[in-house]
Design a protein around this ligand. Structure first.
Ligand code: ZN
Length: 165
């Protein structure tokens, strides 16, 4: 049962990321982060990385996640409206949690990245390279801070805009 769920999740991520994915002939290393490319997909795997580093035919490129980050291509925006109880301290706590979740998902699929974090007196705004990560962060913020999320997404569009109140 657990295996089936994991399998489904991976398939969903793969499909979602498809349009942006690089298709390389052979194995590769990302020159900016720890990602490795093997069997037509990017992942984080330190053993595989050591092996590929020692292989002369390994390509050295930017992984899809790093390309998205560099081009500031985003699939999601999470905007938290700062009501009175959203002190700077509480916002920082929320940002720390989001960074932690980014790191966790990034280990599973290097495509998931936070592109920007902006905060002012009225709102906290986080953008991400994948729709999946934005939805994930919104759900975590809902659960941890008791706020409510509203999702805005045009039919057939990947880009999602999420407001948290
Ligand atoms: Zn990379």
């Amino acid at each position: 049962m657990l295996m089936t769920q994991t399998h489904l999740k991976q398939r969903k991520w793969g499909k979602q990321a498809d349009s942006a994915r690089t298709h390389l002939q052979g194995d590769a290393l990302c020159i900016r982060c720890e990602a490795v490319y093997h069997d037509q997909r990017w992942s984080i795997d330190s053993n595989l990385r050591s092996r590929l580093e020692a292989t002369p035919s390994t390509l050295h490129v930017l992984c899809t996640g790093c390309v998205l980050l560099q081009e500031l291509l985003i699939e999601g925006t999470v905007t938290l409206r700062r009501t009175l109880d959203w002190t700077l301290e509480r916002c920082n706590e929320a940002i720390r949690m989001c960074r932690h979740e980014e790191e966790r998902l990034h280990q599973k699929d290097p495509l998931h990245r936070i592109t920007s974090v902006d905060i002012d007196d009225t709102q906290l705004e986080i953008t991400t390279t994948t729709e999946f990560l934005s939805r994930h962060l919104a759900r975590r913020l809902e659960r941890a801070f008791g706020c409510r999320a509203m999702f805005h997404q045009a039919p057939g569009e990947k880009y999602v805009r999420i407001e948290l109140f």
